[in-house]
Each structure stands twice: as structure tokens, then as C-alpha cells.
Design a protein around this ligand. Structure first.
Ligand code: FE2
Length: 345
């Protein structure tokens, strides 16, 4: 939503409120402007924004240092219910309200609240004859896919591609798993992580895995470790069957070479019971991500994806027009499990 640049001042109980600032703040948070409701809330000394996450109350208070600038404090509704009257008095002594400089802080706090509240969000207010009810939503059982783009991909990929070529020369037949050997798809053995030529990449995978582990609050006495790693090269026309990776916690893919037209990886909705009965959506409208039943990710050299090993995925046929090995879609794939960290000496 684009911020409205029309600056206007409104006076609420003798105090000036800059509409541009207010609307910018709201727009940055992805909210529809609701000035009337906002002003009513300001009069009550609490600004309650119906955010896309848990309700946030912004307490307006004087800054302790410098000019009479203001700052906001935030809390979830459960804490804000007991609004002390002292806060109201404090607010009434403030001559001017400026929200715009605080947008970033609000956004950060909103994200924090979002996580703290287990993705609970307020969807809308439901009007009834006698008042309003709040419709809230929790997103349980999300399917997480992590991604990163390695900053040193160019040199990394040169090194990896040379190592893969060497491995293909040594073992041209490879093995058959999700690849179609009859269509030229080559699959290496599964222990590339034990080969020193791939150590640089394996180390980087471990670093990304540590980020995933930290993000999910995994036991710090354990770490995510690569247990198997292999390469797949798909020449034009080749693809990979839908499959999962049994025996692993997380799996991943790193794109070494991805010419234009190289097949996308396709993740398939694991909530198969959804197929029992499905909803009709508005035509010609982008469907909300939470309502998708498949997700395709375009391969980009240097990109790494982490996904749950139980998540079904396949790879589209490589439609590259590039000639020779330049037209191949080349990846390194890996499985990861949680292992007890060795004790440091
Ligand atoms: Fe796979």
C-alpha cells in the first residue's frame, strides 16, 4: 500500500496530529488507513492498531532526554488491559504526536509480537448489533523452507563444478534414485561430504544448518550435521520424480549451475487431507500463500534451500537451450540429522 503524502494536521483535544505521519505508519505496516478509529484511540491515550498480527497497543509517553519528542511502548493486549490512569495524564501533557520516526521500531516490535504469539493474528472485527467481536487466527503446523544465497557463490561453484566433473569422470554410471538415468540424469554416490574437494561447501551447509537450529530453538547440546551428500546433473529433457528423503530431519539443495530454463523444484502440499474437499477462490486474484497447494522455486546458482525431509518434492524437466554441459542443471543435495555435539576439550 502506498503511503499518502498529503500532510494535514488534525487537532484532537488541543493536540496536533500529523495525518501524513500517521498514515505512513499504517501503510508501512500493511494496514488500511482507519483514521477515525485511530484518533479515537489516541484520545484514550492508547493507540490500538489492528495489525496483521496480535493486537499491539502503543503507549505514548514523553522522551526523557532532548526536546519533547515522543516514543511509543508496545505490548500485547493481555498486558495492556490494565491501562493505568497515570499514562493517560502523561499523554495529555504532550503537545504534539509524531509517529513516523517510530515506524521502524513499531515494525520490529510487530515482528517480535508475531513470533511471541505463535503467529496469532487479528483478522478483522466482526460487527454485531450489540458490539464488536475480534476474529483471530492461528497458523499451526507451518511447513518451513529456509533459503540463502551464498555471497561467494561464483568461486564456490567453479570449485564444486570441477570436483563434480572429476567425480563424473570417475563414476560415469552413477546411481539411480529420483533421477532418470535413461534421460541422461546423473546421480553421484551419497558420500560427497566425506570428500575433501567438497569440504568448503559442507562447512557452509553446517553454518546455515546452525542458523536453522538456532532459529527453531533446537537443543544447543546438539547440532545439525550432514549425513549424506550427493550431486545430480540433469541435461536438457531430464527431471526428478516426486520423492522424500527418509531417515533425515532436514534436507537441502545447493544450486551449482542453473541455466535459464533449468527445471524448478516443486514442493507439494503435505496436508494431503486438504484434497478431501477444497475451497473455491476468487478468480483472477492471487491466492494467499497459506492456501497454495504447491510451490515452485526457480534454481539460481549459489542458492541453498533447506526443507523438511518429509516434504514431497520433484524437479521439472530441464528446458535449457544452452549447448553441452553449460545446459545442465547441476546441484548438490544433502540430508541432515541432529547429532550430539562433541565435548570441547
Ligand atoms: Fe530430493
Amino acid at each position: 500500500m502506498r503511503p499518502n503524502r498529503m500532510a494535514r494536521s488534525h487537532h484532537v483535544n488541543g493536540m496536533s496530529v500529523n495525518v501524513e505521519d500517521t498514515r505512513t505508519c499504517i501503510c508501512d505496516l500493511g494496514l488500511a488507513p482507519q483514521h477515525a478509529a485511530l484518533f479515537r484511540a489516541i484520545q484514550q491515550s492508547f493507540v490500538r492498531l489492528s495489525l496483521c498480527t496480535a493486537p499491539v497497543f502503543c503507549r505514548i509517553a514523553e522522551s526523557r532526554v532532548g526536546p519533547p519528542a515522543l516514543h511509543l511502548k508496545y505490548g500485547c493486549s493481555r498486558f495492556a488491559d490494565a491501562a493505568p490512569s497515570a499514562e493517560r495524564r502523561l499523554y495529555q501533557s504532550v503537545p504534539h504526536i509524531s509517529i513516523k520516526p517510530l515506524t521502524r521500531a513499531i515494525s520490529a516490535r510487530v515482528r517480535s509480537n508475531y513470533e511471541e504469539n505463535y503467529m496469532t493474528r487479528t483478522v478483522c472485527q466482526i460487527e454485531s448489533e450489540s458490539g464488536q467481536d475480534e476474529l483471530r487466527r492461528d497458523d499451526y503446523f507451518p511447513t518451513l523452507v529456509f533459503s540463502t544465497l551464498l555471497h561467494d557463490a561464483e568461486s564456490m561453484n567453479k570449485e564444486i563444478l570441477a570436483a563434480i566433473t572429476q567425480e563424473r569422470d570417475r563414476d560415469a554410471k552413477g546411481i539411480e534414485r529420483s533421477n532418470f538415468r535413461s534421460l541422461g540424469g546423473w546421480h553421484s554416490h551419497n558420500n560427497l561430504h566425506k570428500d575433501s574437494k567438497f569440504t568448503r561447501l559442507t562447512n557452509r551447509i553446517h553454518k546455515v544448518a546452525a542458523g536453522v537450529s538456532d532459529n527453531l530453538g533446537y537443543n544447543k547440546g546438539r547440532h545439525l550435521e550432514v549425513t549424506t551428500m550427493w550431486s545430480i546433473s540433469n541435461p536438457p529433457g531430464s527431471s526428478n520424480r516426486a520423492h522424500i528423503h527418509p531417515g533425515a530431519l532436514w534436507s537441502g539443495v545447493y544450486y551449482v549451475q542453473a541455466p535459464e530454463g533449468a527445471g524448478q523444484i516443486e514442493f507439494i502440499d503435505p496436508r494431503t487431507v486438504n484434497l478431501m474437499n477444497y475451497a473455491s477462490y476468487m478468480p483472477n486474484t492471487k491466492r494467499k500463500t497459506e492456501c497454495w497447494t504447491k510451490v515452485k522455486v526457480k534454481p539460481v546458482a549459489g542458492k541453498m534451500l533447506f526443507f523438511p525431509s518429509w516434504l514431497y518434492h520433484s524437479v521439472e524437466p530441464n528446458l535449457s537451450n544452452a549447448k553441452g554441459r553449460d545446459g545442465e542443471r547441476v546441484i548438490i543435495s544433502f540430508n541432515i540429522n541432529q547429532k550430539v555435539k562433541p565435548k570441547s576439550k
